[in-house]
Design a protein around this ligand. Structure first.
Ligand SMILES: Cc1ncc(COP(=O)(O)O)c(C=O)c1O
Length: 359
């Protein structure tokens, strides 16, 4: 920062920047100048350890050269291209994610790109509504976070994200997350008998609980949005059998399982997809953030073939100018290649304790 000092910058911010897209957790807000590894540096060169790694957008470290260099080569060769045309990085990245997902969940599927996590969630809602004949009601977890567009705010539990804006579509039905340390039902994990699952199952017991038409055998709800480990809600791991039990109920009533991996994906928990820990198969996976190690806001949705094949979800179903942009897909491909070169499953296991058996 050569020709303007920090005080002048903060004065400009106070006058010209919306405060709606930021939160100043300290005053005056910190201005950063550079980054490297797990460190951020302020304008005086003072290092700060980033305990959050940009909300998990930089799982593989700031300025990771194995990802940055392929991105920079793309910048020099083909940095811009309208999405109606093809470039090899888009195709290779989609194929790589689809094949890796098939390896893990045993299902064929396809990948649809967009920019930003919330937009991937929006696209997933369109895939669901399209596949389920316009059904728009969703289940989601208390404490869950799926983004801040109007649509995403409907399936994110906190009312404070909706309070100023009213409703846009259908507010989700929020179900207690299995946070055993602060159990919603006040029970202890050792003796609870999975009361949270029992209570969810009870909703389907009679038509008067407002979820199921037993005569038609059809639930009013199209899908359940889950974060396998709750991220923004507090980095909470569920008990190991929870998702298998939940999934049984969802399968029985033909409710789709949407696995939001936007924050917990890409080896945050030692697996490509955090849901792999629990032995259940999702119908949809959403991802963003560390897909490009934070170099580009590329995001995406993987959906099983029957939901996303072109006969069901035709060309141009939903689209954005920057959706499969060449810089993002080049960084995404470099991230997937980085993952292939490093045994992250072992290193994360050695350095992380998720407390699988609860507090
Ligand atoms: C689980 C989850 N889903 C969706 C989002 C929204 O992503 P974005 O902030 O890129 O819109 C986030 C962001 O923190 C997230 O953690």
């Amino acid at each position: 920062m050569t020709d303007i000092n920090e005080k002048e910058l903060l004065a400009l911010e106070a006058e010209y920047c919306s405060y709606g897209d930021t939160v100043h957790y300290i005053e005056p807000a910190k201005i950063f100048e550079s980054c490297e590894g797990t460190w951020l540096y302020d304008t005086a060169g003072r290092p700060y350890l980033d305990m959050q790694m940009w909300y998990s957008a930089v799982n593989f470290g700031y300025r990771n050269q194995e990802i940055e260099e392929p991105h920079n080569r793309q910048l020099k060769r083909l940095p811009q291209l309208a999405c109606q045309y093809l470039h090899k990085e888009k195709i290779l990245l989609a194929a790589k994610i689809a094949r890796e997902t098939e390896k893990r969940f045993g299902m064929k599927g396809r990948v649809h790109f967009n920019v930003g996590g919330a937009q991937a969630i929006e696209d997933s809602m369109k895939l669901i509504r399209n596949f389920r004949g316009g059904k728009s009601l969703m289940f989601a977890f208390m404490g869950g976070y799926h983004g801040r567009t109007l649509g995403c705010s409907e399936i994110t539990s906190s009312y404070r994200y909706r309070r100023r804006y009213g409703h846009f579509g259908s507010r989700a039905s929020f179900i207690p997350y299995p946070y055993c340390y602060r159990c919603f039902y006040g029970l202890k994990r050792e003796s609870c008998g999975y009361e949270c699952v029992n209570q969810f199952e009870k909703l389907f017991e009679t038509e008067y609980y407002g979820v199921l038409d037993p005569k038609a055998g059809e639930a009013e709800f199209a899908a359940f949005y889950v974060e396998p480990l709750q991220a923004t809600g507090g980095y909470i791991a569920p008990p190991p059998e929870y998702f298998a039990k939940l999934d049984k109920i969802l399968k029985r009533y033909n409710i789709l399982l949407v696995d939001d991996e936007i924050q917990m994906g890409f080896y945050r928990t030692g697996k490509l997809w955090a849901l792999e820990h629990f032995g259940v198969k999702p119908d949809i996976v959403t991802f963003a953030k560390s897909l490009t190690n934070g170099l580009n806001p590329l995001s995406g949705v993987w959906a099983k073939e029957e939901m996303i094949k072109p006969e069901v979800f035709p060309p141009g179903s939903t689209h954005s100018t920057f959706s499969s942009n060449p810089l993002g897909t080049a960084a995404g491909l470099a991230t997937m290649e980085y993952i292939d070169r490093h045994d992250l499953e072992t290193s994360v296991k050695e350095t992380t304790d998720w407390g699988w058996h609860c507090g």
